[in-house]
Design a protein around this ligand. Structure first.
Ligand code: HEM
Length: 174
């Protein structure tokens, strides 16, 4: 996403340069890098690896106005909800800056759930987001990526969401 959105990449590099100077990011830096948090949130909104989550009630339940019978197969379309314009302006656009604190606190609870929710929420969420931010900070500071394809990639619904074809890019040291 950053390769295709140079203004957002420059903003991220500005934050990294100001906070880190010429050293690599460590875990201790992450709380001082709010923009990288927004880049990651926005990318997981547009491309949630767990693009659909399933549930099967073990007894009859009410969900809002609906009566759901035991054993019904429920499909929670994470990808679709993340691009629903009731919650997100220009939902298909990559806009990390939408993730202001006030925006996030006003969002309905399950309008954004790349790591699921409730008692079976992803146990690896903190590990995954820490790792993603450190990798992204390191790569954005040290490398330049230029995609060799145009437009949005075609997606395949495998066990997780993934691009149909490899996302080829030219990579150079900065
Ligand atoms: C970006 C990376 C990841 C994403 C998007 C992700 C997403 C999810 C989602 C959506 C669920 C809930 C599934 C459901 O409700 O049916 C889940 C559960 C789970 N995740 Fe992750 N996950 C990620 C990384 C990880 C990592 C790194 C680990 C382990 C180190 C991990 C371990 C688990 C486990 C064990 C569960 C099952 C929890 C339970 O059922 O109580 N995940 N994950």
């Amino acid at each position: 996403m950053l390769g295709r959105n140079p203004a957002e990449l420059e903003r991220l590099r500005g934050e990294l340069d100001a906070e880190l100077g010429d050293r690599r990011a460590t875990m201790a830096d992450l709380s001082d890098l709010p923009y990288i948090d927004r880049v990651l949130k926005e990318t997981l909104r547009l491309y949630p690896p767990a693009y659909v989550i399933f549930r099967e009630p073990t007894e009859d339940v009410r969900v809002g106005p609906y009566r759901v019978r035991e054993g019904t197969n429920l499909t929670l379309p994470v990808f679709e909800i993340h691009r629903d314009e009731r919650f997100y302006d220009d939902p298909d656009e990559f806009r990390p800056e939408r993730w202001r604190d006030d925006f996030e606190s006003e969002l309905p609870e399950y309008a954004y759930f790349p790591f699921g929710g409730g008692p079976r929420h992803c146990i690896g969420m903190r590990f995954a987001t820490t790792e993603l931010k450190l990798v992204l900070a390191t790569m954005a500071r040290e490398l330049a990526f230029e995609p060799t394809y145009d437009g949005d990639p075609d997606l395949t619904m495998a066990a997780t969401l993934r691009p149909e074809d490899p996302l080829e890019m030219r990579v150079e040291r900065r």
